[in-house]
Ligand binder design. Structure first.
Ligand code: NAP
Length: 269
C-alpha cells in the first residue's frame, strides 16, 4: 500500500519534471523567422546607431535579432518590435561570455546573414587623458569594443557560415586609424578600435576559404549619446544607418578585411 503510493508520487514528480523541462525548452527555442528574408543580428540596438540600424534593416524587410543589455528599458526598440513582427529583441551584454554562448545555442539552427557588432563605449575624456589615465577604464573599453565582437563572431561562426550572405560586420571608428590620428586624446578608445581592426582583418583572411566576409565600418561622426556635447557637424543616426546599410549590402569578397567609411571609401589603417 505504502509502496504503491510512493510509486504514484514518484510518477507524478517525474511528469512534473518533464513538464518543467519541456516548458523550458519552448521558452528557449529560437523564434521561427520568415525564411524568404535574410537575418541580421545587431548588438547594442536599443539606442544610437544600433537602433537606427535595427530600424533600417527592418524597413528593408529583414528579420532582425535586436540585442541589448536591458530589453525591459528599451522603449524605442520595443515600439519597433511591436510594429514589426520580424524584429525580435534578445538580452545580451556583450561582455557576458556565458550569455553570448547561450544566445548562440538558442539560434544554433538559424542562419545569420549579417552579424553586426555595433555595441561600443568610449572611456570618457577625463579617463583617457595623459596624467589621469584610468586603466580600469582601459580594461572596460577593450572588453566591449575589441574582445566582445571577436568573441561574438567566434560564437556565431557556424550560423553565419550556414547563411546566404555570410557577413561579419563591425562598427569600428576612424579614431582607430593610426594614419588619421591628430592630437593626444582617447588613448583607450582609439586603441580598442585599432585592436578590433587588426583582429577582424586577421579573421577575414582566415575565413576567406569559407566564403565568409568580414568588414570594418566607420559610421561617420554621428549625433548620439556618445558624441553629446561635442560641437562638430554630425550625421543623424538615420543617415549613418542608411549609408552603412548600402555599404553592408555591397560588401563582398573583394572588400573583405577592409576598413570602409560610411560612404564606401577606404579609410587608411
Ligand atoms: N557616434 C559616433 O560619432 C561614432 C563614431 C565612430 C564610431 N562609433 C561607434 O558606433 C557604435 C555605436 O555607438 P553610438 O554612437 O550609437 O553610441 P551610443 O549611443 O552611446 O550607444 C552605444 C550602444 O552600445 C551599447 N552597449 C554599451 N556597452 C554594452 C555592453 N556591455 N553590452 C551590450 N551593449 C552595450 C549601449 O547599450 P546601453 O544602452 O545598455 O548602454 C548602446 O546601445 C560604437 O561601436 C561606437 O564606437 C560611433
Amino acid at each position: 500500500m505504502v509502496m504503491s503510493k510512493l510509486v504514484r508520487i514518484s510518477h507524478a514528480l517525474l511528469i512534473a519534471a518533464l513538464l518543467v523541462v519541456s516548458a523550458g525548452a519552448s521558452v528557449n527555442a529560437a523564434p521561427a523567422f520568415d525564411s524568404d528574408a535574410p537575418v541580421v543580428l545587431i548588438t547594442g540596438s536599443n539606442r544610437g546607431i544600433g537602433l537606427a540600424l535595427a530600424r533600417q534593416f527592418a524597413s528593408e524587410g529583414w528579420n532582425v535579432i535586436a540585442t541589448c543589455r536591458k530589453p525591459g528599458k528599451a522603449r524605442d526598440l520595443q515600439d519597433l518590435a511591436a510594429a514589426n513582427p520580424r524584429v525580435i529583441i534578445e538580452q545580451l551584454d556583450v561582455t557576458d561570455a556565458v550569455g553570448i554562448q547561450a544566445l548562440a545555442e538558442r539560434y544554433a539552427d538559424t542562419p545569420i546573414d549579417v552579424l553586426l557588432n555595433n555595441a561600443g563605449i568610449s572611456g570618457g575624456m577625463k579617463n583617457e587623458t595623459l596624467g589621469a589615465l584610468n586603466f580600469e577604464t582601459f580594461d572596460r573599453v577593450m572588453a566591449v569594443n575589441a574582445i566582445a565582437p571577436v568573441r561574438i563572431a567566434e560564437a556565431f561562426l557556424e550560423q553565419v557560415a550556414a547563411s546566404e550572405q555570410k557577413k561579419i560586420m563591425n562598427i569600428s571608428s576612424s579614431e582607430g586609424s593610426v594614419a588619421s590620428v591628430r592630437g593626444g586624446r582617447l588613448y583607450f578608445y582609439r586603441s580598442s578600435k585599432r585592436a578590433l581592426n587588426m583582429m577582424m582583418n586577421t579573421m577575414a583572411k582566415e575565413l576567406a576559404d569559407r566564403e565568409i566576409v568580414v568588414g570594418l565600418l566607420n559610421p561617420g561622426f554621428v549625433d548620439t549619446d556618445m558624441t553629446r556635447g561635442v560641437a562638430f557637424q554630425k550625421l543623424s543616426p538615420e543617415q549613418s544607418a542608411r549609408d552603412l546599410y548600402q555599404v553592408i549590402i555591397g560588401f563582398d569578397e573583394t572588400t573583405s578585411g577592409q576598413f570602409l567609411n560610411y560612404d564606401g571609401e577606404p579609410i587608411p589603417w
